[in-house]
Design a protein around this ligand. Structure first.
Ligand SMILES: [Zn+2]
Length: 136
């Protein structure tokens, strides 16, 4: 039995050689597919969507076109990175709400953090050097 399992493992390894495998995007697709399966207990329309997502995830894993899969992954990471960054910033804003205030620079849309309780101050953006006057 152990020998048989070992042989199976070797065969799987040989079969997966040169194929893309599992990455963050595949993981995300699988999770969304599982969520769809769960929700489809109440909304039957989501079952085909779950199937499509699972097939897509498997297709990516078994794909031999590594370059294309890596590009898909980069696009995925680029967008999720923005979302993650936004959540992180909100979390920081909440944690520092008693000591700091945040303002968005009207010139470059970048967030500026200033200490709270300093009255009316002029804030200079470190990126575009634009100035704004705000009460802190
Ligand atoms: Zn700026």
């Amino acid at each position: 039995m152990k020998r048989w399992l070992q042989k199976l493992g070797e065969k799987m390894q040989a079969w997966m050689y040169g194929r893309y495998g599992y990455d963050e995007l595949s993981q995300f697709l699988s999770i969304v597919a599982l969520a769809c399966i769960f929700i489809s207990m109440f909304v039957p329309l989501l079952n085909p969507i779950a199937l499509i997502l699972l097939i897509w995830s498997m297709f990516r894993g078994f794909s031999r076109n590594l370059e294309k899969r890596q590009k898909e992954r980069e696009v995925y990471l680029k967008y999720t990175g923005k979302v993650k960054q936004s959540f992180k910033r909100r979390k920081n804003m909440w944690r520092e709400r008693k000591t700091h205030r945040y303002f968005k620079c009207p010139g470059c849309r970048r967030w500026l953090r200033v200490p709270k309780g300093k009255g009316q101050i002029e804030i200079t953006c470190p990126v575009c050097k634009g100035k704004i006057t705000r009460k802190t």
